[in-house]
Design a protein around this ligand. Structure first.
Ligand code: NOJ
Ligand code: CA
Length: 577
């Protein structure tokens, strides 16, 4: 079993603070019977294009590799795929350094390949969401090359250039999220430019209206080409304090050796919200959706990203959810009271939740919660849990297989620059970005040619789509069953969330209720056998009986549900006539 510490991943670096009423273009807006926009009940699935499918066998995934696997995604129950950046890029940060926002990276294909992918996806009822890197470009983007050319260049003010405090002294103490000073000196023009991430990712100056116009136009360009929305990268870092005040420092150093800072003046500035409202207007005019990479400390901060008038991000991701249940040493464990409290807080916020359990920056959920004895049962319990909650989930490729991290063992094998810089404290993100495991064949059927860009773990022999597809007790089969339920059952699709047995320290139980439909979800969040009993008369369901729809390591009826370690019991609840 692979066990590792969870990276203290947060753009906000340290615990202290690292971190509808909108008018729609009526003609374009698609609403369901309840009047909800299409994304409200969609299942989103993140695809890391470099690692999903390699159609031309060069070792790197590509857009045609995604097209080849669309039937799998349809059968799984996916409605929309968010593809992480596939624009032309020097790939310093594997695509999050964009050098042309209106094209496709040649290693991933062409615009024609994109059009084909989109057309094939549409046939299967799957929409495409792109990743919009709003905070920064690549230092090779023509905008930056112009900006860097001279202090008087028309694009100089498209980025954040400042004089140093003195010879060899940057303008202030801000550190980059990826380590070191956030300022890079440019010898030719003798000024510093600001970069919240790598020096090769200079921050755009969103105070310049020309930047805003150009960036909004990028979204229009892709909407016109057919994308159904964007996941907005690093939305909390768009603005910096105009006075460039130093951030307060606190004791301790991070994985890169930098002194810890409270990111008071370079993060989460109120100005962000105005930009989000502008992006939202363009998005709504195309009946599309905005998903936010929203790192927040609490539910109130997250709530702010929806917009005071529900006019900002439609789906700000609840990334706090990925950190729940941490235990000393960095591992996580399913802990019913912790999860219950968090869901209750989201419910109380009055917003539509967007739960996420992992992504390309966070170690895989099946690794973070693994105990070495019940790994698959735990992976199933997590899937059954967050996919039956109220809200729109965003899955991460391979999660449905119980894929685990495959972290590099030696520094020389690391590909992610933050792993090279932070080794061995920070091993980088390669481990959660390994090729999708399709079959039991060598390299998990990712391709039949060059070695994949990252190695496939031995566990791919058992944890792959083909093998698990033939096993009704696999993680994949459980995910498929739960996603089917999400789509078909009105209580799970539309229903409210009613917590049950709130004093139970081990078993998480709740009802989803919509009109006269009710579904009971019971999940044993412990490694021991447990029994849960239910009397639903207080919920107006006197004499209720449950018809199990999905069960794994569980049996019984409502008066006594017996659950094995991490067992799941999901039942349709009916009252006696
Ligand atoms: C967040 C992305 O998810 C991450 O992969 C990237 O390195 C940073 N933003 C910088 O763009
Ligand atoms: Ca390829």
């Amino acid at each position: 079993m692979l066990r590792r510490n969870i990276r203290a991943w947060s753009w906000r670096g340290i615990a202290l603070g690292v971190a509808c009423a909108t008018p729609l273009a009526a003609a374009a807006a698609q609403r369901d019977a309840q009047g909800h926009a299409w994304w409200r009940h969609a299942v989103f699935y993140e695809v890391y294009p470099r690692s999903f499918g390699d159609a031309n066998n060069d070792g790197l995934g590509d857009l045609s590799g995604i097209t080849q696997h669309l039937d799998y995604l349809r059968d799984l129950g996916v409605d929309a795929i968010w593809i992480t950046p596939c624009y032309p890029s020097p790939q310093v940060d594997f695509g999050y350094d964009v050098s042309d926002y209106e094209n496709i990276a040649p290693e991933y294909g062409s615009l024609a390949d994109f059009d084909r992918l989109q057309a094939e996806a549409k046939k299967r009822g799957i929409r495409i969401i792109f990743d919009f890197v709003v905070n920064h470009t690549s230092d090779k983007h023509p905008w930056f090359l112009e900006s860097q050319a001279s202090r008087t260049n028309a694009k100089r003010d498209w980025y954040v250039w400042r004089d140093g405090k003195g010879p060899t002294q940057p303008p202030n103490n801000w550190t980059s999220i990826f380590g070191g000073s956030a300022w890079q000196y440019d010898r030719a023009t003798q000024q510093y430019y600001y970069h919240a991430f790598y020096p090769e990712q200079p921050d755009l100056n969103w105070r310049n209206p020309a930047v805003e116009t150009a960036m909004l136009d990028v979204t229009r360009w892709w909407y016109t080409r057919g994308v159904s929305g964007f996941r907005l990268d690093a939305v909390n870092t768009l603005f910096e304090d105009p006075g460039l005040r130093d951030n307060p420092t606190v004791p301790g150093r991070n994985a890169y050796g930098d002194q810890n800072q409270v990111r008071k003046y370079d993060d989460n500035l109120p100005e962000n919200h105005r930009v989000l409202r502008e992006l939202r207007k363009v998005t709504d005019a195309h009946d599309a959706v905005l998903i936010g990479e929203t790192w927040t400390d609490d539910v109130q901060q997250l709530k702010a990203y929806y917009g005071a008038n529900h006019d900002e991000v439609h789906m700000p991701m609840d990334l706090m959810f990925t950190g729940l249940g941490r235990v000393p040493g960095g591992h996580q464990r399913l802990d019913a009271p912790t999860f219950r409290r968090h869901v209750a807080a989201m419910e109380a916020s009055g917003e539509w939740p967007v739960y996420v359990v992992s992504n390309h920056d966070i170690p895989r959920v099946a690794t973070r919660f693994a105990d070495g004895r019940h790994d698959d049962a735990i992976a199933k319990a997590i899937g059954a849990f967050y996919l039956t909650l109220r809200g729109t989930p965003v899955m991460y490729y391979g999660e449905e297989l119980g894929m685990q991290n495959n972290d590099p063992q030696r520094k020389e094998d690391v590909r992610d620059p933050i792993g090279i810089k932070g080794w061995p404290t920070e091993k980088g993100r390669d481990g959660e970005r390994t090729p999708m495991q399709w079959t039991a064949a060598p390299d998990a059927g990712f391709n039949t040619g060059a070695k994949p860009w990252l190695p496939v773990p031995p566990s791919a022999r058992t944890h792959n789509a083909q093998t698990e597809g033939q096993d009704s007790s696999s993680v994949l089969s459980l995910y498929k069953a739960v996603l089917k339920l999400r789509h078909e059952n009105p209580a799970v699709r539309e229903g409210g969330y009613v917590p049950l047995n709130e004093g139970d320290p081990n078993v998480m139980s709740y009802l989803r209720r919509y009109r006269d439909a009710a579904v009971l979800v019971v999940i044993n969040m412990s490694g021991e056998d447990r029994t849960a009993t239910f009397d639903l008369s207080a919920q107006g369901l006197r004499g209720a009986a449950g018809r199990p729809i999905i069960q794994s390591a569980a049996s019984g009826d409502l008066s006594s549900v017996k659950l094995g370690p991490y067992g799941i019991f999901i039942a349709d609840v009916k009252t006696a006539p």
